[in-house]
Design a protein around this ligand. Structure first.
Ligand code: NAD
Length: 298
């Protein structure tokens, strides 16, 4: 079997077109969505992610407010900046790029962002709403994964799904989303025994652990759908290469669908962030978006 390659670049481009249309719609009502990004320190990968988020926001007509802060900024100073952005009417979304330096308490920072300006879905209230099956801001990476799964137009009801990794950013919210889709969900992690056996029984595999080529071809049930969230930088034949958490080249011959790395989940994450920004903006301004906007995605 040759797997369908789920082209995250293409789906993300479609989603961004819808975001751009929503921005135009809001602009016609004199509402201008704005996204503030905060980067603390100079981590090269984080700098690239934040720069891409700001660039794409601008391309879609979303105002971008970029804060590149010194590594040694205090927690108090960071909270002060977020408080100012919470009160700034030009800002609809505040994104704090993770991870933060160790001297800053991430939980406190994420809960300082007002829930209605949280575009990552990491505030306690938004995470709780997702858990309780209420209207919530959905974390961008799991949302991107779900949109790619839905693009397959197959019923997810009753499918067995395994999520490898239990982080607050990916694994846990992904489990909530798949439960909502009526999948039977297992979350495995670094302490789980027999991961291979659990993966072998699964119709959907979401790999989000951050270990290059961890999931082997022999673990995959023929016809399974494989979503690879991992981003790992490795050296191959002396060259730097980006790979995911699954053996893509082999698994693509037995899975029914698979996401590549790069060009899979990554672009979807950014497109979902931009969608969340526009959704927060419309909701904060009591404007109902034309309901065609995101109907294929939400
Ligand atoms: P994390 O380090 O916070 O969590 C990793 C999880 O994997 C943990 O729950 C841990 O228990 C589990 N784990 C570690 N080793 C394991 C093992 N041997 N077997 C089973 N489980 C194991 O990571 P994260 O933030 O969730 O990110 C995971 C990966 O996804 C990373 O490669 C990251 O770069 C990538 N990521 C990609 C995107 C994207 O947009 N494509 C977004 C976020 C994260």
């Amino acid at each position: 079997m040759n797997a369908q390659i789920l082209n995250g670049k293409e789906i993300a481009a479609e989603l961004r077109t819808c975001v751009a249309k929503a921005v135009t719609y809001l602009n016609k009502q004199s509402v201008y969505p704005g996204l503030a990004t905060i980067l603390v320190g100079r981590d090269p990968a984080s700098s690239v992610y934040v720069a891409n988020k700001s660039r794409l926001a601008k391309e879609l007509g979303i105002k971008s407010f970029q804060y590149d802060l010194e590594e040694n900024i205090t927690e108090k100073e960071l909270i002060k900046l977020i408080d100012e952005l919470n009160d700034n009417h030009e800002v609809d979304g505040i994104l704090v790029q993770l991870p933060l330096p160790k001297h800053i308490n991430t939980d406190i920072i994420l809960d300082t962002i007002k829930p209605n300006k949280d575009v990552d879905g990491f505030h306690t209230i938004n995470a709780g709403n997702l858990y309780l099956n209420r209207k919530a801001v959905i974390p961008c990476t799991p949302l991107g994964c779900l949109i790619m799964l839905r693009s397959l137009k197959v019923s997810l009801h009753g499918l067995r799904a395994v999520i490898i990794g239990r982080s607050n950013i990916v694994g846990k919210p992904m489990s909530q989303l798949l439960l909502k889709e009526n999948c039977t969900v297992t979350v495995v992690h670094s302490y789980t025994k027999n991961i291979k056996e659990i993966v072998k029984e699964s119709d959907i595999v979401v790999a989000a652990l951050g270990i290059a080529n961890y999931v082997k071809e022999s673990w995959i049930k023929p016809g399974a759908i494989v979503i690879d969230v991992g981003i790992n930088r490795i050296k191959e034949n002396g060259k730097n290469k980006l790979v995911g958490d699954v053996e893509f080249d082999k698994i693509k011959n037995i899975a029914s669908a698979i996401t590549p790395v790069p060009g899979g989940v990554g672009p979807m994450t950014i497109a979902c962030l931009l969608m969340n920004t526009v959704l927060q903006c419309s909701s904060n301004n009591n404007i109902e978006l034309d309901n065609n906007n995101f109907k294929n995605f939400l």
